[in-house]
Design a protein around this ligand. Sequence first.
Ligand code: GGG
Length: 329
Amino acid sequence: MPKLCVIPGDGIGQEVIPAAVTILQAALPDLQIIEAEAGWNCFQKHGVSVPERTLELLRDCGAGLFGAVSSPSHKVAGYKSAILTMRQSLDLYANIRPVKSWPSVSPRPAVDMIIVRENSEGLYVGREQMRGDTAVAQRIISRQASQKIGQKTAELMQQLQRKTVTIVHKANVLPLTDGLFRDTVRQTIEAANPDLAINELLVDVAALKMVAEPAWFDVIVTTNLFGDILSDAAAHWGGGLGLAASLNWGDGLALAEPVHGSAPDIAGQGVANPLAAVLSAALLVRFAWGLGEVADRLETAVQQTLAQQSYAQLKTTLAVQEAVLHNLN
Ligand code: GGG
């Protein structure tokens, strides 16, 4: 029976993750839950944002569900972002972010895309330094990481029967880094499956297309920062960040995580929408555990809940949890 390491983290993570776990346990009654700590509160308590014990539990379970982190936006000595630490320490090199139109909340029908974000390097290596009055950040793109994300993209497309992938880059301005990413990803996907159609878009053109014609996209593969920004924009078409799910995915290890942050403005009020956490858990069920039928049941329960009542009508985390449980067949 699958084991799940549950890490609510900061802010509304403490509310949406218990709701998602309750729903997951209804779908998988024998699921074993192991709780762990990470985040800014954890740093304030223990002096470390991700204790070694949490990493051990994640490795042991092979699967985790993380809520949110409230990293400060100024430098704090000894602190490193909890989510970046987990992604890097566990080599969760791909971040899978599907966006689709949901009933009653999506402003546009027929959107159904998957954004595959490279999750281990780019600007997120966090190598910043001051050189006199100039602040410098390194943006790392390696052949190896580009191969790995290309391979993961091809495998995902095979599993989901997707046909067209768009590589998003900025190789006209960054020919070495983004040229390496684009060429390596293209070669890897072509070698893995010559039947897939491969497009390319500059990130600025992709941003315009994301706004004007989101249903055009099937699968996008891109670098870390571009994937972060494009997937938040895409989330608008899926009904907003309250519905935006993600899976940090490596080889034999996956960490599901709603795209939204810790939302300190509404934390503690019981009004956070748990659906992104539920849909993230469904990604884990489908891809880490290979339980496609259970994932379908979870997604259908969300679909039916939204078709019956909008989030505005449901109002509270508990009301959403109960509505999804009611619709879970
Ligand atoms: N669930 C994703 C999340 O917490 N997002 C906020 C985030 O990643 N912030 C950057 C950070 O705190 O390190």
